[in-house]
Design a protein around this ligand. Sequence first.
Ligand code: UD1
Ligand code: CA
Length: 464
Amino acid sequence: MAAGKGTRLKSKHPKVLHAIGGKPLLAHVIRAASKVVPAGDIFSIIGHEADKVREAVASYGTKFVEQKEQRGTGHAIMQCRDALRGYDHVLVLSGDVPLIRVETIARVRDFHLAQNAAMTILTALPPDPFGYGRIIRKKKGGKTTDEVAAIVEQKSASPAQQKIREINSGIYAFSVPELFSRIDKLSTNNAHHEFYLTDVAELLTADKKKVVALPATDSNEVLGVNTRFELASLDALLRNEKARELMAAGVTVFRPETCVFDADVQVGPDTVIEPFVQLLGSTTIGGDCIVRSYSVVKDSRIGDAVTIRNGSIIDDSAVDNGAIIGPYSHLRPASQIGENAHVGNFVETKKTRLGRGSKANHLTYLGDAEIGEGVNIGAGTITCNYDGVNKHKTTIDDGSFIGSDSTLVAPVKIGRGAYVGAASCITEDVPEDSLALGRGRQINKEGWAKSKREELKSKAAPKK
Ligand code: UD1
Ligand code: CA
């Protein structure tokens, strides 16, 4: 179920597209579900901003059911009657309960089938049950049983019912025929004037059908997101779990509570991550690396034994084994840094390949450049890649040396082993093994400064 607006988030974006761990809530749920049943058997019920939601999860290959008007969770399931024709059982998951684990979904399925139940409800005992539907268990001889009589929503619960700690997770298994032979009996006679899926429990019980509760082993995994605060708490839980997973796999993470790791990030053993590092998106980092504080790496591939010094930003780029990046380097999309290459202080690269062992250590911009091996890029070198309309390429061949403060006006090519004198403005190709000078010649005027000083002194008014 993913059609709701998420009023309590006070957002213009649909609730299920708000992200935790760098991924939309709904994507977490679909990902878990698709490990239990084939993607083609998953239906996302979408409604509010349906096109955006559809697009955001299209890559998972699930099907969609539209709920044009959002009139409650019961109404959402009513829309699935045709889609579910031919299925015996259905698992219902909530798009806003993102931490649900694959094993738990499978456990709900297995328990439901073993119990031969009409409805199975995954329940939990969170520290604070406020806001959730409460489970009213059937009693037999004064004792509570596994069977459920009804679910009461927070707003309809009596003071005694509000004291019940067992909550409805919003995750269920149903017998499809039992569900659809009763769902049309739901009414909107409640606090929200909505069709509550939860009321199906009471309808089934009234017909002596079996409705059972299965408590989750960990209440955290069924926490729902209704508010921004809950969004932040679940994000923290997920990232804490991710940090644990990385540490268990041999990564040293200092002060993990300050780091931000997205769900799909991978890091090799013996890599050290310092405080306040963010590893985002599909980033993979090899083993024996060090990622120092305040660096942010997104959608990038980092090899083994790479050093990323403080404050570096790496986006959609690749860094090969043994390279040294930073401090304060900015690798923009499509940068490829070769083995043992160095990119240093305040160097920005974009769509640039820096070959093996090449160095650009200080204050440089390299854009749309193809740079060979063993090249030295002096401090302050700039590739002038943009003429105001188009981007042009700079090629710097193996072993060449670009003197400090040079500007390379693209398109331009520096041949193998060539030298460019410091502060040159290079507008023409430089042949291999040659020296290019593109600057004014220096002149020295001997004694000029001394005579200037004397002249100024003689003109100055005598001191009193
Ligand atoms: C629901 C349950 C509550 C349970 C809680 C667990 C009902 C009536 N209540 O309450 O017992 O404790 O989940 O998190 O079901 N949705 C639709 N279409 C709609 C309305 C909702 O697809 O018309 C989707 C929402 O996008 C969301 C999910 O259903 O993903 C749950 O809806 P929400 O309004 O958040 O229900 P809760 O009030 O949390
Ligand atoms: Ca909810």
